[in-house]
Design a binder for this molecule. Structure first.
Ligand code: ZN
Length: 148
């Protein structure tokens, strides 16, 4: 096992054991639920927007280590980003996990630790669940979202 992979594994375990921004939010600007029936992952993402910028972000729910770590990393990564940046980063993250070829993952910062999921196609939905939820949230669809 190479050390990069080991390091990535440690970050995922850490974020699963101690998820960041893991709480509900009073009066969020918008929120959306994501559900991945293939794995049983279920979470709600809350955001508070201030002039188009993510002023606060949190999530609540339960699921496998990948879905929890991904949501935790996402909330850390997106705080302070604009709605437009969130949409762009969603596309980049999604493409990095689902498309072949070279994608500049440097822009994804710490989220690169999740790229190992690419080798396990059934887990990709676990990694992208929180992202689908936030995309729905910023589009102001306060609704449930099933990943079927
Ligand atoms: Zn999962």
């Amino acid at each position: 096992m190479d050390t990069i992979r080991e390091l990535y594994q440690q970050v995922i375990v850490d974020h699963n054991n101690n998820p960041r921004n893991f709480h509900t939010m009073q009066n969020p600007t918008c929120q959306a639920e994501g559900y991945n029936p293939l794995c049983g992952d279920q979470l709600v993402v809350y955001i508070s927007l201030l002039e188009g910028v993510i002023h606060d972000i949190s999530f609540q729910g339960h699921g496998c280590a990948i879905s929890m770590a991904s949501a935790s990393l996402m909330t850390e990564f997106l705080k302070g980003k604009t709605e437009q940046q969130v949409r762009e980063l969603f596309e980049l993250f999604h493409a990095a996990l689902t498309e072949q070829g070279t994608i500049d993952i440097k822009r994804l910062g710490k989220l690169a630790v999740l790229m190992g999921v690419k080798d396990f196609p059934s887990r990709i939905k676990c990694a992208t669940l929180a992202w689908h939820a936030i995309k729905a949230a910023i589009n102001h669809f306060n609704q449930s979202l099933s990943m079927e």
